[in-house]
Write a protein of this length. Structure first.
Length: 322
């Protein structure tokens, strides 16, 4: 690689290779996260891992920086590279079973085996000075795979949905291509939806450590059909997101209807083991904290009651007028 690129331009390929771990982490967030959190401690590490070494490289190569400058300008960034790659891989594996999008579930395996390995090879080759012509091909392959997985992640919005929100597979085709209607899949989906609604109406979502497998067992249908039902019919891309919406819906009602009940009791009753996990889920869905939500709704109820009382007073006064 060194012999194939002019010396004045080698810094470009080096910076691109240094950015691969950070790009890998960003890709894992954008493709597989229900709510990508790029602004976080991990995001700061990813940014540091390529931005600081890219800025520090000219000074380090000329020997102008002391040892502490080399550590913070180069060595620390190398450690952050390993950290963000490992975090990206862990994120892909940890949320695998909760993913309801079948194409994205398959993409996880390919991403884990191919892209993760390629990034690891590129990172180790740069940090240990193992340069080879194959590294150039790895970088090109990484870019191509990144584009491929971004297309997969947005496939539902670009290819499957038509104007009006109907899946293309369910839209009417030209008359000469119209197949004989088959009502059995629709009847199966309707029956599955009724079973799922019945189980959830009984409060099954309140169970701690609830998994898709446990829900499928309770509903009495295969796991893949539960996954398809929640994803395609209810519109959720992640199983935990579906459960959290059910739990937070009940919790928000109880926060208003039982204003004296402790928030901790409500969080435990709806299925959360800790108050912090309940607060985090509530904030993600309602964009506010449980305490602020209860106070705001109590204020609205108080204002409404005040208006009704004023209206009643006005009516009583009007009746007394001659």
């Amino acid at each position: 690689m060194e012999h194939g690129i002019p010396s004045d331009w080698r810094w470009v390929t080096s910076d691109v290779q240094t950015a691969m771990p950070a790009l890998f982490w960003v890709l894992c967030q954008l493709v597989f996260a229900a709510r990508p959190r790029l602004i976080s401690v991990w995001g700061a590490m990813a940014l540091y891992s390529f931005a600081v070494p890219a800025f520090s490289r000219p000074f380090i190569e000329t020997g102008r920086w002391p040892e502490w400058g080399v550590f913070f300008g180069w060595k620390l960034g190398q450690w952050f590279e390993y950290v963000v790659v490992l975090h990206g891989v862990i994120y892909v594996v940890r949320h695998w079973r909760n993913d309801l999008v079948e194409a994205r579930r398959k993409a996880r395996l390919v991403l884990l085996l191919v892209l993760g390995s390629a990034v690891g090879v590129a990172t180790i080759s740069l940090n240990f000075g193992i340069y080879h012509e194959v590294i150039r091909g790895i970088i090109v392959s990484l870019a191509a795979l990144a584009i491929l997985f971004c297309i997969i992640s947005s496939r539902e919005g670009l290819l499957d949905l038509a104007p009006g929100g109907e899946p293309l597979g369910e839209m009417q085709r030209p008359e000469q291509e119209m197949p004989i209607p088959d009502e059995s899949p629709r009847l199966i989906d309707s029956d599955d939806a009724a079973k799922l609604t019945e189980v959830m109406a009984g409060g099954f979502y309140k169970n701690e450590k609830l998994t898709l497998k446990r829900l499928a067992t309770a509903v009495g249908i295969p796991e893949y059909r539960v996954r398809r039902l929640i994803n395609q019919k209810l519109g959720y891309r992640n199983f935990n997101d579906y459960i959290n919406h059910l739990r937070i819906a009940e919790a928000s009602n109880r926060l208003v209807n039982t204003p004296d009940e402790p928030i901790l009791n409500i969080s435990l009753d709806v299925g959360y083991r800790t108050l912090s996990s309940f607060n985090r889920a509530f904030r993600d869905i309602m964009s506010t904290t449980p305490t602020a939500y209860r106070q705001a709704r109590s204020t609205e109820a108080g204002v409404q009651t005040f208006k009704l009382q004023n209206l009643g007073d006005a009516l009583s006064v009007s009746k007394q007028l001659p």
